[in-house]
Write a protein that binds this ligand. Sequence first.
Ligand code: DOR
Ligand code: ZN
Length: 349
Amino acid sequence: MIIPGLIDVHVHLRDPGQTHKEDFFTGTSAALAGGFTTVIDMPNNKEPITTFERLRNKINEAKKKTVCHIGFYAGSLGDNPEELIKMEPYVFGLKLYLNKTTGNFLIDKKRLENIFSFWKSEKPILLHGEEDILPDILSIVKKTGKRVHICHVSKKNELSVILKAKKEGLPVTCGVTPHHLFLTLSDIKMLGAFALMKPELGANIDQNYLWKHISEIDVIESDHAPHTVEEKNSSTPPFGVPNLDTTLPLLLTAISQKRLTMKRLLEMCFENPRRIFNIPVDKKSYVEIDEMQEYTITNSRLETKCKWSPFKGWKVKGKVKKVILHGETVFENGDILALPGSGRVIKHF
Ligand code: DOR
Ligand code: ZN
């Protein structure tokens, strides 16, 4: 079966600054191996992307290494209005962190409304805003009319509040991750730190609610957040799990189990990301999958530099066979064929 090259609007490729975890080449290789030909990378680098200079440096690094189409988001702690104006033409949106996560890149909620007023763009503001903070966010959206995307919705209470806001006509979209769709709190017993991320895994009731309302969630976003095995085994493990290699096989498996349709998968991983973030379509990028092929996820076959997955040992049905990027075969039968830098930074200088 042939499908369009998929779009992942939420990845952390760690480059520059933490390339021992991932870099633009290994991260975008994991994207291709997983059937994604476009990724949009988050700004919580070691030195967060809050200035034009840092964004330019990041784009230049990506140009040398990427093997798929890549774009970026700007970041803010509420103190960079001029830099946001300079960065705006080169990004797909502004990402703000309102809850604690990797890298202490956290804004005070009192500054939120102010930042909304700096951001003059039509491009969405993406929010890491969990249950406690959602009512504040939605009241600012109501007041300002600014378009927001709530990232990685994981709890029943969050999604129900968002769905209500959507029904009221607020300009809100939301995404869900593969780990919140396929894992629950009980998996932490087996996986330990390798199942720790933000937002944390939900209970069965949360997971069931996400699946029940899958037709009302706009996008599937991987939140690919690689950390090394050593870091995860340390006494202070960082939050986050890698996903790019495994998202599509897990979703194809859900299709084989009749929990999802191909039509919905393509809406959530292609049509809606494209529309919400205004991502140009490359008609010469597509993916060949064998939806009948079964295999077991193993660490050694992953392209991500961190070489582990919370889904190790899972039997999946549906395999990526070949990926064509802009007319060139870039992945075939398990091998990356593209050279570093052969992918394209979508918005560049
Ligand atoms: O678990 C997470 N890890 N959640 C986030 O929001 C950030 C990410 C990271 O950068 O490691
Ligand atoms: Zn994230």
